[in-house]
Design a protein around this ligand. Structure first.
Ligand code: GRF
Length: 206
């Protein structure tokens, strides 16, 4: 059983997929804390609905990015009923960079999901950028976050073919469906202790 802290900024459908996987028993984890970079994120309601503690940070907090991340790291290290902290930080649609205070407190313990096959189409619009480019294959990447934006060690990827009649909306829908399957699966690998990173930054799964 691993303890998770989740970072969100928006609708929180990936957070919901993780909540549902835990409830179904297919993910051996608990979510101890959800922190949102936006006070009005719908994901906060999803967390509150199942009694997960939440913290909503205002935009002003991020005027000092290092102080913001120190605050987040400290909250994550003290989360849980016994204040023993979380094992992993899960970025789920979190639209901010994570910086040194978080990365040093949780080395190789911050995971992110990206809606494209990294290292292609980094950035905030991975699905649209891939669609506009006209790629025939795209997909989803789950990776450890490090100080290089969208460039951390890749844990898992799942591909899908872009159909001739796909619109951006239909592609988005299928990408999100893959995300909602893949993220809980990868977190379960972490829960089983099967994921390691070697000294060249490559991920191995037992
Ligand atoms: C997902 O597509 C994720 O890959 C990207 O932002 C989106 C978040 O969606 N980083 P949600 O908030 O989980 O619904």
């Amino acid at each position: 059983m691993i303890k998770l802290g989740v970072l969100i900024s928006g609708s929180g459908t990936n957070l919901q997929a993780i909540i549902d996987a835990i409830a179904r028993g297919s993910l051996d984890a608990s979510i101890e804390l959800v922190i949102s970079s936006k006070p009005d994120a719908y994901g906060i309601k999803r967390a509150k609905d199942v009694s997960i503690p939440t913290i909503a940070l205002s935009k002003a907090v991020y005027n000092e990015p290092l102080a913001a991340d120190l605050l987040i790291a400290t909250e994550m290290q003290n989360a849980g009923a016994d204040h023993s902290g979380v094992d992993y930080i899960v970025m789920a649609g979190y639209m901010r960079m994570v910086r040194r205070p978080i990365l040093e407190a949780f080395p190789n313990r911050v995971v992110n999901i990206h809606p494209a096959l990294l290292p292609a189409f980094i950035g905030a619009h991975g699905i649209a950028d891939a669609f506009e480019y006209g790629v025939k294959i795209t997909g989803v990447t789950v990776h450890f976050a490090n100080d290089a934006y969208d460039r951390g060690p890749i844990i898992a990827q799942r591909a899908l073919a872009v159909a001739a009649d796909d619109t951006l909306e239909s592609l988005e829908e299928r990408i999100h469906a893959i995300e909602h399957e893949l993220y809980p699966e990868v977190l379960q690998l972490l829960a089983e202790g099967r994921v390691s990173v070697d000294n060249r930054g490559k991920v191995h799964i037992e």
